[in-house]
Ligand binder design. Structure first.
Ligand SMILES: NC(=O)c1ccc[n+]([C@@H]2O[C@H](COP(=O)([O-])OP(=O)(O)OC[C@H]3O[C@@H](n4cnc5c(N)ncnc54)[C@H](OP(=O)(O)O)[C@@H]3O)[C@@H](O)[C@H]2O)c1
Length: 285
């Protein structure tokens, strides 16, 4: 039986991944800064003292890099060294289809993962979860019924994070899965298409406003993102406008044996009386 460390074990992909791995009989260590059950382990990227204990006795690692960080190797490099020393065989990295501008450290991290005895790099397109939950895009939809974008009519192959988790589960447990995989949903959609789908299902009109890359970066900073990361993330929208993410792959079906969820199915599943897409009428305490 494999023992798997899932970093980001409480996150968009990590939480469903832990559940899937357990149903397949793996021993799972869900990493969190605030472990809340016996199968969770305390892990903080910024506290290297937590890394060795989390990795000890582990066969495979699902690697969600430190968030909002343009230079992840300062933290991920020593982590991978420790993993290798402790005999971890396989590393599955949650990377991205998008290439952040001015972030050579991210490419270095991909190279370091490729030096693991066995490795898989997952490169998903934009997450459908950006439209719900805490993402600044979702917050603006809920609060103002608005999407601000610098990507014009550019399209992305939006993917449900649960489909990424399904791929990761196979990648972690099946020795036959290796290499790099671009993961997308079943169709490529621009923000206006996404807004129409939300409106069709929830009845809520979402305005799409074109802004510049600089204005988008300021929106991210206002939402609490570090300035350097906000700039890089907003800069990606210029690439999306030029078509960098306008693609659809069959990787989810090829690896899991089932079709990825469409954006429409995703919105329907979150539309319990439109709760995910409207501002709460009173504060939740
Ligand atoms: N969103 C997209 O469209 C998109 C597209 C392509 C790729 N990606 C990539 O996907 C990755 C995950 O993004 P996400 O937004 O879905 O995040 P997420 O996985 O939901 O992130 C939250 C997780 O990170 C953990 N975490 C936060 N700070 C930590 C720290 N200091 N040490 C250890 N763990 C920490 C949290 O654990 P606790 O709070 O429990 O400690 C939680 O499990 C990112 O690398 C992103 O670049 C995202």
């Amino acid at each position: 039986m494999s023992t798997v460390l899932v970093t980001g074990g409480t996150g968009n992909t990590g939480r469903p991944l832990c559940a899937l791995l357990r149903t397949r009989g793996a021993r799972v260590r869900a990493a969190s800064r605030h472990p809340d059950d016996a199968e969770a382990v305390r892990f903080d990227w910024h506290d290297p003292a937590t890394h060795g204990a989390a990795l000890d006795g582990v066969d495979a690692v699902y690697l969600v890099p430190p968030l909002l960080n343009l230079d992840p190797m300062t933290l991920v490099g020593p982590f991978l060294d420790t993993a290798r020393r402790l005999g971890v065989r396989k590393v599955v990295l949650l990377g991205s289809l998008a290439v952040l501008p001015n972030a050579p450290g991210v490419a270095e991290m991909y190279d370091a993962v490729r030096r693991a005895p066995e490795w898989v790099v997952l490169r998903p397109s934009g997450f459908m979860q950006n439209f719900t939950g805490p993402h600044p895009l979702a917050a603006r939809i809920r609060e103002r019924g608005e999407i601000r974008t610098a990507s014009g009519g550019g399209r992305l192959g939006w993917i449900d994070a649960e489909d990424i988790a399904s791929v990761a589960a196979v990648a972690l447990l099946d020795p036959g899965i290796a290499g790099e995989h671009v993961l997308t949903g079943p169709e490529s959609l621009g923000y206006r298409d996404a807004a129409s789908t939300i409106a069709k299902i929830t009845g809520r009109t979402i305005r799409v406003v074109d802004i510049t890359v600089e204005e988008l970066a300021r929106t991210y900073v206002d939402a609490g993102m570090p300035a350097d990361y906000a700039e890089a993330l907003a800069g990606m929208h210029a690439d999306i406008r030029a078509g960098s993410e306008d693609r659809v792959t069959t990787a989810v079906r090829d690896i899991t044996g089932r079709e990825p969820r469409s954006f429409e199915e995703f919105v329907r599943s979150h539309d319990t009386a439109t709760a995910a897409f409207v501002k709460p009428s009173r504060a939740v305490t």
